[in-house]
Design a binder for this molecule. Structure first.
Ligand SMILES: NC(=O)c1ccc[n+]([C@@H]2O[C@H](COP(=O)([O-])OP(=O)(O)OC[C@H]3O[C@@H](n4cnc5c(N)ncnc54)[C@H](O)[C@@H]3O)[C@@H](O)[C@H]2O)c1
Length: 254
């Protein structure tokens, strides 16, 4: 039996990953705002600090995998909160769990980026820079004056870079780190976007070459693969799981 830690486990992708891992008999320590073993607000420094320490206390000495799924969509009106949860609430778990992961069996982490990183042309370099510098006050201040989709996509670019920037240190400690970059998949977060008068039509207009918007389990199955020894040479990758949307819109961007 392996031990995993999943944030955002009460809903959507985090719940789908948790169900898959528990379904095969593994142990999953869950973190979310509610309905989890550790209930905490990852949008605040105090909340995420407590969440990391309480979840590690439940995990014990060694952790085999981490999947920080907790996140907010672009339609959330508090754009500073999107910045805090989507970037700082994730890297707190990445860095806070490294020692425990280094004690794990074939340990791996999968962070959640998004295909908005490449298909949203409004990514703001200054905001990405504030994320990468760990400047939460600066990122929150910039985010407050930017559209929600810009903050969202910029936070997901920073998550992808946070993964890539860690390959040397994490590789040396025997811990793989990757990200998935999903396109839209069915979840409460997506539904809030579809219900939004601005974002709904934009999401509906996205061409999905596989035919229709995917499910949370279609993302979770790829995460399960990236966590597994079958992906032992996959490290620092940002794997698009979007039904071909990015490839369709940017076929020659490689
Ligand atoms: N659904 C999509 O179309 C889509 C596409 C690309 C990427 N993503 C990403 O996938 C991840 C999961 O999204 P989902 O669609 O499953 O969303 P969801 O809303 O179904 O689940 C997100 C979970 O995060 C939790 N959360 C939110 N704010 C929190 C906070 N401050 N502290 C603790 N927990 C908090 C929520 O309570 C919820 O349980 C997110 O990072 C999201 O950005 C989603």
């Amino acid at each position: 039996m392996h031990t995993y830690l999943v944030t955002g486990a009460a809903s959507g992708l985090g719940a789908a990953v948790t169900a898959r891992l528990r379904g095969r008999g593994d142990r999953v320590v869950t973190v979310d705002l509610h309905d989890s073993e550790v209930n905490a607000d990852l949008g605040t420094v105090d909340g995420r600090t407590r969440a990391v320490s309480e979840s590690l206390a439940l995990v014990g000495d060694s952790l085999d995998g981490l999947v920080p799924c907790a996140g907010l969509g672009p339609q959330v009106p508090d754009h500073a909160l999107i910045a805090s949860v989507n970037y700082f609430g994730v890297v707190a778990f990445l860095d806070g769990c490294l020692d425990a992961l280094a004690q794990g069996t074939a340990p791996a982490t999968v962070a959640i980026s998004s295909n908005s990183t490449t298909i949203d042309p409004t990514v703001k370099p200054e905001l990405v820079a504030a994320f990468m510098e760990g400047d939460e006050a600066g990122a929150r201040s910039l985010a407050s004056d930017l559209p929600g989709n810009t903050v969202y996509a910029s936070s997901k670019v920073a998550i992808a870079r946070a993964v890539r920037h860690r390959v040397s240190e994490w590789g040396a400690r025997g811990v793989r780190i990757n990200a998935v970059a999903p396109g839209p998949f069915r979840s409460p977060l997506l539904q809030q976007g579809l219900d939004d008068p601005v974002f709904g039509p934009l999401i509906e207009s996205l061409p999905v070459p596989t035919g229709e918007i995917g499910s949370a389990d279609e993302i979770a199955s790829v995460i399960e693969f990236l966590l597994s020894p079958a992906a032992s040479y996959v490290h620092g990758s940002i794997l698009f799981v979007d039904g071909g949307i990015d490839a369709l819109l940017r076929a020659d961007a490689i």
